[in-house]
Design a protein around this ligand. Structure first.
Ligand SMILES: NC(=O)c1ccc[n+]([C@@H]2O[C@H](COP(=O)([O-])OP(=O)(O)OC[C@H]3O[C@@H](n4cnc5c(N)ncnc54)[C@H](O)[C@@H]3O)[C@@H](O)[C@H]2O)c1
Length: 316
């Protein structure tokens, strides 16, 4: 299938490109390179350097790529920036997404996978959230993801789209930056490599559900292949395992020290919790198994080892 990956030069999008190629599909990337990088892409994958807010350029890129399916990852990804500049967030994450939906409809690309966010939709979870858990976004970023899902309901019902919103938990892995939702992994690695103390906000007993980026990329391929015309599904892409931040810090300390041949694995420093930080975020991935035949495969230690190998030292 010819698949247009918006945001395909970014962290998750570039892994989606790799997984599409491995599954025999033909990815074409559309990205304005605001945070994405050309070097993230394998040789030979076409790149349209276009902003999803620029309708004429977007239209020309769709004519060139002639996609049959879309993986929509282009976005303003910072929750903090969405609070500071909600209108900019909406221009990219709501109007920009509508531009992509409209172009997809124009060229007859009705398979549509959307990078949504479980963390931003569910917020604090007392137990693992499934897809029936009521979404209560509290940031403009979360509201934008919720709106994106609602527009896909409309596109499935009125335009016949086969749509899947993948609600990611905290995605980590090679090529990630400190800006994204699981930026804590990259931030810890950066501090450990520099020999600085890790900063943990609060007591460190807060938990997150970390999913490896290669697993997320496979979920995209499954969603593209299995989406049903006229239906907009929303599916969690997570592990269902709660990882304490103290535990993450300890494990990364050990892995970074081993990689750099150091004895000292660093001592975390605790600072006051940040306003708005949630305590627990956990998501049930059972529906993805039923609907997409998808399971997370990479265990945390293995995934962190691969991440450290990329983020720390010379492998980049
Ligand atoms: N990282 C996570 O843990 C996580 C969790 C939930 C959802 N998501 C979603 O996954 C998607 C990818 O996120 P990521 O972590 O890979 O971030 P990223 O910043 O690496 O990727 C975003 C990509 O979109 C591109 N982009 C940004 N604005 C654009 C625009 N106006 N026009 C065209 N391209 C534009 C950037 O250059 C970049 O390549 C986003 O939609 C994000 O909201 C990420």
């Amino acid at each position: 299938m010819r698949v247009l990956v918006t945001g395909g030069a970014g962290f998750i999008g570039s892994h989606v490109v790799d997984a599409l190629l491995a599954a025999g599909h033909e990815p074409h990337v559309l990205d304005n390179l605001s945070s994405g990088q050309r070097e993230n892409l394998p040789q030979g994958v076409p790149l349209s350097e276009v902003d999803i807010r620029d309708t004429p350029a977007l239209s020309a890129a769709f004519d060139e790529a002639r996609p049959e399916a879309i993986c929509h990852h282009a976005a303003q990804v910072s929750v903090a920036r969405s609070v500071r500049e909600p209108a900019v967030d909406a221009e990219i994450n709501i109007v920009g997404m509508l531009n992509v939906i409209s172009q997809a409809h124009r060229v007859g690309a009705s398979r549509f996978v959307f990078a949504s966010s479980g963390g931003a939709l569910y917020g604090e979870t007392s137990e693992a959230a499934d897809e029936t858990t009521v979404a209560m976004p509290i940031s403009p970023y979360g509201i934008g993801k919720w709106m994106g899902e609602r527009y896909l309901d409309w596109a499935a019902g009125e335009l016949g789209f086969a749509a899947v919103s993948l609600r990611y938990s905290n995605v980590y892995g090679p090529r990630q930056s400190v800006e994204g939702e699981a930026g804590v992994v990259a931030a810890f690695c950066r501090d450990l490599e520099a020999g600085a103390d890790l900063t943990i906000f609060g007591d460190g007993c807060q938990t997150r559900d970390f999913v490896f980026v290669g697993d997320v990329a496979r979920a995209n391929v499954a969603a593209i292949e299995r989406a049903n015309p006229g239906e907009a599904a929303a599916v969690n892409v997570s592990t269902g395992e709660a990882v304490e931040i103290n535990m993450l810090a300890g494990l990364l300390g050990e892995l970074v020290a081993a990689r750099l041949g150091r004895d000292d694995s660093g001592t975390p420093r605790h600072e006051a919790s940040r306003a708005g930080d949630i305590r627990h975020s956990l998501m049930d991935p059972s529906a993805a198994a039923e609907r997409l035949g998808w399971y997370p495969e990479v265990l945390l230690r293995d995934g962190l080892e691969r991440t450290v190998a990329w983020l720390v030292g010379a492998e980049r």
